[in-house]
Design a protein around this ligand. Structure first.
Ligand code: ATP
Ligand code: MG
Length: 449
């Protein structure tokens, strides 16, 4: 059996990067007072049709839709904004002009041709700020995406911004654009012809080089903005500069979904070929209204995590983890005693490994070393008979034996040493490791070799 085309397992080795991203994002967004939200992966198909808009790639050809046993048409979410808007309306989260600053991370599904940086199940980190239309919010929201990407060591990125104005301004512009594009309709295949007629804006962000050439001289949306939209856009640019966020204007940036208005932006890389967009976002002040709720101003973005993972500097992730305790039981007849030792350790939340492979002590010692272990506990016949614990400090090449009771009182000290190691997040090495005075810890026989 194989996983579904375009849908991948994330194996433990890769998982540590995902966890690292999650932690970084959590701290950055928590300090900006954003709260995490999780909405279902499946929503009704109509939610996406009403928000993303007809004649978009997602609605036309990318959705995974299925019927459930109750004949409901359900769709695996292709993006996060629609479900979040539904949740805002359903739970009245913005009642009494409350602002909501939210973020999410989870899988999205689009039926696309899988390639590098493009999967059918992929993951987005998304951020959304509801309840305010001030251009300072636009700038702050863009700068948060920039901060997160920079923190994760992604470089050579460029931020592109544009304004697509209000619905009214866009309608006028669309007409002008159509008049311009229609001259080329016979040079283009039917798919583009349809777009020119039904949704000419979608032509602007096409990746086809032939279209690029045509679009070069097309009318620009920014020339059709009224004073309010113009001011908003100018202020966004001014505030971005104050926040030291570098950006470029891109007159053809319109984004592939219909719910946007005014500010739109993308963060691009030169390192990923045609899958060059890492982050996309914009304002969508009419989305909740479009879905039957009250009007609530909103802005947000989504970052594709698989693309981010390709770009991020994986070496910023610190050294190997340190295992605290490895319980070696070369002869499995002693396993009960090993479990008694384990019971003493468990409440202290130390990283431990219980080896019941039955392999030789030498092999278990090798495995403990490979796991970067701080102490090895050897359970053998002598220990069981005398009710003692033999501790081998692997870094110090020292060994001590103490009674079970003194082992219990030693655990807080072991914990402290282990925490020290974690705090410095150092790769385990004898030189770096703070030396422990074992003689003081060993209260009974002090048998340190
Ligand atoms: P693209 O132009 O690459 O198709 P998009 O405009 O469809 O992107 P958005 O809907 O803006 O993408 O989604 C935001 C981000 O999610 C993208 O910038 C990208 O990083 C990521 N993304 C979108 N589709 C995929 C996919 N199929 N596989 C992996 N990542 C994706
Ligand atoms: Mg796409």
């Amino acid at each position: 059996m194989q996983s579904i085309r375009g849908m991948h397992d994330i194996l433990p080795e890769e998982m540590k990067y995902w966890q690292y991203i999650y932690d970084k994002v959590f701290h950055t967004l928590d300090s900006a007072n954003y709260q995490e939200i999780r909405t279902p992966i499946v929503e009704s198909k109509s939610l996406f049709e009403r928000s993303i808009g007809q004649d978009t790639d997602i609605i036309n050809k990318e959705m995974y839709t299925l019927m459930d046993q109750g004949n409901r048409e359900l769709t695996l979410r292709p993006e996060g904004t629609a479900g979040l808007a539904r949740a805002i309306i359903q739970h009245k989260l913005c009642e009494n002009s409350t602002m909501q600053k939210l973020w999410y991370l989870g899988p999205m599904f689009r039926y696309e041709r899988p390639q590098k940086g493009r999967q059918r199940q992929f993951h987005q980190l998304g951020l959304e700020c509801y309840g305010n239309n001030h251009p300072a919010i636009d700038a702050e929201v863009i700068s948060l995406a920039n901060n997160i990407l920079a923190d994760l060591g992604c470089n050579k990125l460029s931020i592109e911004i544009n304004s697509i104005g209000s619905n009214h301004e866009r309608a006028i512009y669309e007409q002008k654009l159509k008049e311009y594009l229609i001259k080329y309709i016979n040079d283009l295949d039917n798919e583009y012809g349809q777009k020119i007629i039904r949704n000419p804006l979608r032509i602007l962000d096409s990746k086809n080089p032939q279209i690029h050439k045509i679009v070069e001289n097309a009318p620009r949306i920014t020339n059709y903005l009224d004073i309010e939209s113009k001011n908003h856009f100018e202020e966004v640019q001014e505030y971005l500069s104050i926040l030291d966020v570098p950006f470029n204007l891109n007159h053809n940036l319109v984004r592939g979904l219909d719910y946007y208005n005014n500010t739109v932006f993308e963060i691009k890389t030169q390192l990923l070929g045609s899958q060059d967009t890492v982050c996309g976002g914009g304002r969508y002040n009419n989305l909740t209204q479009q879905l039957g709720g009250q009007q609530i101003d909103a802005i947000g973005w989504g970052i594709g995590l698989e693309r981010l993972l390709i770009l991020m500097q994986k070496n910023i992730i610190l050294d190997k983890q340190v295992n605290c305790i490895y319980i070696a039981t070369p002869n499995l007849v002693h396993v009960e005693y090993s479990l008694r030792i384990l019971k003493l350790i468990k409440p202290h939340h130390l990283k431990y490994e219980l080896d019941v492979s039955g392999s030789s002590l030498k092999k278990q010692l090798q495995k403990a070393n490979r796991k970067n272990t701080m102490i090895l506990i050897i359970v053998g016949e002598e220990e069981v008979r005398q009710q003692t614990v033999t501790i081998k400090w692997l870094n110090l090449h020292l060994q001590q034996t103490c009674s079970l009771t003194s082992f219990s009182s030693l655990i807080p000290k072991i914990t402290l040493e282990y925490q020290n190691l974690l705090k410095h997040n150092q790769k385990y090495s004898a030189k770096q490791y703070p030396l422990v005075d074992i003689s003081q810890k060993s209260s009974d026989n002090g048998a340190v070799e």
